[in-house]
Write a protein that binds this ligand. Structure first.
Ligand SMILES: [Fe+2]
Ligand SMILES: [Fe+2]
Length: 295
């Protein structure tokens, strides 16, 4: 990662400030070319699995990381996937794309200067919210609940942007948070007019990821505003509250979050059910986190 110059809060203020922040961050953190080349190859009906495997092989580090995640407890494929060719032919293109995305994002943020945020704890929180969002969706029999994993995993990515470009503000807000007990996203909003949720969503949109990913990220603290994607936003919102209450990792907000009743209504779930789903998912979360963070 190139050297990071923090941004003044005044330059980051308001919607123009948000755009400035995103442009600055994109210079430091972006998805690798291979992600977009793979997208093109997947969209091209003339592509063969060989061509896709060859493309992936051009980035050995990415391949190694992908295979580790592919073999994690999250996917639970019946046999170990040892080669990229086998991954492409058995996993399916949708999941390959998902794996490349996860791997690329984790790698992109690896260069955050130490001391600002503990990445292992941050990703533990993120993976847990991703898995729990999917489990809530599956429990509620939502047809595309598998698609909740990625926005769930990326929901707090705007916090990484804040740690990177606005470290002083983050430090001050965390102190205010402790003194006032107000939710962190509201404190962020009073300081900037937007929160980490808008930052994350805007960054993912800027990276040309689909609306089904960025929209629930924008609305995860206010799921009723999620429009077409309010089911995903509600599942992520509930998952985030459960993960914070159970102290599985942390994205830096430090306190328990209240669940908006509309989110429970939207997913049609009771609080006791959430506990049951959570205790069933806990082992899987730990297993995935271990594989996710191993190098
Ligand atoms: Fe959040
Ligand atoms: Fe979170």
């Amino acid at each position: 990662m190139a050297s990071v110059n923090p941004l003044e809060v005044t330059s980051a203020h308001g919607l123009q400030g948000l755009e400035a922040l995103i442009t600055e961050v994109d210079k430091l953190v972006s998805l690798p070319d291979i992600y977009y080349r793979l997208e093109d190859a997947i969209m091209d009906p003339a592509s063969t699995t060989d061509r896709i495997a060859e493309l992936l092989r051009s980035d050995p580090d990415l391949c190694a990381r992908m295979l580790r995640i592919a073999n994690s407890a999250f996917y639970s494929f019946p046999t170990t996937i040892e080669t990229i060719e086998r991954a492409v032919s058995t996993i399916g293109l949708r999941q390959i794309r998902e794996l490349v995305l996860i791997t690329s994002v984790v790698k992109a943020f690896e260069g955050i200067p130490p001391g600002t945020v503990n990445m292992a704890i941050f990703w533990e929180h993120s993976v847990a919210v991703g898995i729990m969002s999917r489990e809530l969706g599956v429990h509620a029999r939502i047809p595309n609940a598998d698609g909740f994993y990625i926005p769930g995993l990326l929901h707090d990515i705007g916090r990484l942007v804040m740690y990177l470009k606005l470290p002083r503000l983050m430090h001050d807000l965390l102190q205010q948070r402790q003194a006032s007990g107000q939710p962190m996203y509201l404190l962020e909003r009073s300081a900037l007019e937007y929160s980490h949720a808008e930052i994350g969503g805007r960054l993912l949109e800027y990276w040309k990821l689909p609306q089904s990913i960025w929209e629930p990220v924008v609305t995860h603290h206010e799921p009723r505003k999620g429009g077409e994607y309010s089911l995903a936003a509600s599942a992520i919102h509930i998952a985030d509250a459960w993960v914070n209450t159970n102290r599985v990792g942390s994205s830096g907000c430090g306190f328990e979050l209240a669940i908006h009743p509309e989110a429970l209504e939207r997913i049609e779930i009771e609080l006791e059910e959430i506990e049951q789903i959570g205790s069933r998912a806990a082992q899987q979360i730990q297993a995935v986190v271990r594989q996710f963070m191993s190098h």
